[in-house]
Design a protein around this ligand. Structure first.
Ligand SMILES: Cc1cc2nc3c(=O)[nH]c(=O)nc-3n(C[C@H](O)[C@H](O)[C@H](O)COP(=O)(O)O)c2cc1C
Length: 351
């Protein structure tokens, strides 16, 4: 049904326009408790075998929505009701900013991919905090992903992240420092360990000071050299971070300027996951993202050592029931293998 709608209608419309309409519809759903609850009952993962715990948070399933879809925390409850086991909102920056000029979102339909150069368009940390303070009508695990405000120079980056962290860490189930988006000039330089150490240390102090101690993760790019991946992994261990999210979009492609996501990112994303697992074992929670389309992809990443898996582009091509279908298939896969809990699968094929 969605496939038909996509090929007859949606593919001919501006992708960003569809995105905004979808977010608006979901935001409306988020404030209609009855519909939201009904949807949640029908679509949210309920199989106890899917439950996983990571950094002290209990997730109903390992699969969630990656950052970038709900940049302003406008519709996290509705997305949970659609079946995502967690929703990572953001990237949120300390100050509101418009992002790059349009067009800035492009489908690459033949490759089931997307290129974006959105540039952290968002209403800022205070606005996101206001939305996150609303009571959640359905159980929703909401991570908050923070990034650098574009006009803030690199030398003041740590303060800028700290401003966002102070606002958002108390409201987040986990916090993510995003230093890997390709569309904010210079942002990815912050992945260099000498810049990353003071930045992460400063944000961690804020995350540690919330009443529940907010778990802290860092999100990395797929384009890092292997040695740099190791260096970030070592740093995450040294600073006592809770996990690493790998990966963001790649700039290694020949299309429009921007980051490429979806199917072409799959192989590198898995490669980075394996490298991280080899380096840190189970001492950090690994969250795998990049090119996840179906249950085979989720299964592969769990086996390779990811506790949580995320996706975004897959929903553009898979439609609103994507997460629900994926969880149904994962439940069936577990049964077929005679596995009582998804946690038994994690890291099974890791070195
Ligand atoms: C349109 C779009 C916007 C994105 N915005 C963000 C963002 O604001 N922050 C972030 O950390 N990742 C962002 N991402 C990256 C995704 O979270 C994810 O890491 C990447 O797309 C790879 O996963 P996928 O292949 O399942 O899409 C964005 C991706 C897309 C397609």
């Amino acid at each position: 049904m969605y496939r038909l709608l996509f090929s007859l209608v949606l593919r001919h419309l501006d992708p960003e326009r569809i995105h905004h309409l979808t977010v608006r519809a979901l935001a409306l759903l988020s404030v209609l408790p009855v519909v939201r609850k009904l949807l949640h009952r029908a679509l949210a993962p309920r199989d106890p075998a899917l439950r996983v715990s990571a950094f002290g948070v209990h997730f109903p399933s390992p699969f969630g929505l990656a950052a970038g879809f709900d940049k302003d925390a406008a519709c996290a409850e509705a997305l949970s009701a659609l079946g995502f086991g967690h929703v990572e909102v953001g990237t949120v920056t300390a100050h509101a900013q418009p992002g790059n000029p349009r067009p800035r979102l492009f489908r690459v339909i033949g490759e089931r991919a997307v290129i974006n150069r959105m540039g952290f368009n968002n209403a800022g940390a205070v606005a996101a905090a206001r939305r996150l303070r609303r009571t959640r009508g359905v159980p929703a695990i909401v991570g908050v992903n923070i990034g650098k405000t574009k006009v803030v120079p690199e030398s003041e980056a740590a303060d800028d992240y700290v401003t966002s962290a102070k606002e958002l860490a108390p409201l987040a189930d986990y916090l993510v420092v995003n230093v890997s988006s390709p569309n904010t000039p210079g942002l990815r330089n912050l992945q260099a360990v000498e810049l990353l150490r003071p930045l992460l240390a400063a944000v961690k102090q804020v995350a540690d000071s919330t009443p529940r101690r907010t778990p802290l993760l860092v999100k990395i790019a797929p384009d890092l050299a292997d040695d740099d991946i190791d260096a970030v992994a070592d740093l995450a261990l040294e600073l006592g971070l809770d996990g690493i999210i790998a990966t963001n979009t790649t700039i290694k492609h020949s299309g429009e300027t921007g980051g490429l996501s979806g199917r072409p990112l799959k192989a590198r994303s898995v490669e980075v996951l394996r490298r991280l697992r080899g380096r840190v074992g189970d001492r950090l929670t690994l969250v795998s993202v990049g090119g996840v389309e179906n249950v085979d992809d989720v299964w592969e990443r769990l086996l390779a050592g990811a506790t949580l898996v995320q996706g975004y582009t897959g929903m553009i091509y898979g439609g609103p029931l994507w997460a629900h279908t994926l969880h149904r298939d994962l439940s069936r896969r577990l049964k077929r293998h005679g596995v009582k809990s998804v946690t038994e699968v994690i890291g099974r094929t890791a070195a």
